[in-house]
Design a protein around this ligand. Structure first.
Ligand code: GRF
Length: 206
């Protein structure tokens, strides 16, 4: 099945620092990624990424989750994304698990970046998990989001070596540098309609 987003309008969803968001915005600014950021959405009012998005003059939304069931929250988020004609949702450190309500509203139209070579080390603190396991290589993964935890079809992976003596911060920084490059490339491939899913395998045209 070919994945063909209807436009180049993306939303970035974040909860914190937002360095992946900034990398995406920079790549767009430098003409290396052809996309329009239609909305930056956060569930955390104090997220640095949200502040930066405002500074850049982008459309932002803060959607608090207090007192809402997961599905209620997701319905509100989906409504906002639809109002803003978003064709592709990019999770970038968005610290919420999406319910089926959300995933079904954007089938194969949600990307996430995760700081490990999935399916190894899903969930929180992936870099710490990798160090504690003693792997020699870790990395990052861009994948489509389905109803499983960090388990959807993989678009891109980058291998990053784990060095003896690495702290969690050392490894996280080395992986993050790759995240910033590969996420934009994956977004471009999806927006260009170059991705096709064969069973679970994402095949990139060209
Ligand atoms: C990144 O490590 C990303 O892989 C994970 O959350 C972190 C977000 O970092 N999903 P930032 O907010 O983009 O700086």
């Amino acid at each position: 099945m070919k994945i063909e987003p209807t436009s180049r309008r993306i939303a970035v969803l974040l909860s914190g620092r937002g360095s992946n968001f900034q990398a995406i915005a920079n790549q767009i600014d430098q003409g290396m990624l052809n996309a329009d950021i239609a909305l930056v959405l956060s569930n955390k009012e104090s997220a640095a990424g949200l502040e930066e998005a405002r500074r850049l003059g982008l459309k932002t939304a803060y959607l608090p989750s207090a007192g809402l069931k997961r599905e209620e929250y997701d319905r509100k988020a989906v409504a906002l994304l639809e109002e803003n004609d978003v064709a592709l949702v990019c999770l970038a450190g968005f610290m919420r698990i999406l319910s089926p309500v959300f995933v079904k509203a954007f089938p194969l139209r949600i990307l996430n970046i995760h700081p490990s070579l999935l399916p190894a080390f899903p969930g929180l603190e992936a870099q710490r998990q990798a160090l504690e396991h003693g792997v020699k290589f870790s990395g990052c993964t861009v994948h489509f989001v389905d109803e499983s935890l960090d388990g959807g079809p993989i678009v891109r992976q980058v291998i990053v070596p784990v060095l003896d003596g690495d702290t969690v911060e050392d490894l996280s920084d080395r992986i993050l540098w790759q995240e910033h490059r590969t996420y934009s490339e994956a977004i471009g491939e999806v927006l260009d309609g170059r991705c096709e899913i064969r069973d679970r395998r994402v095949v990139i045209d060209g």
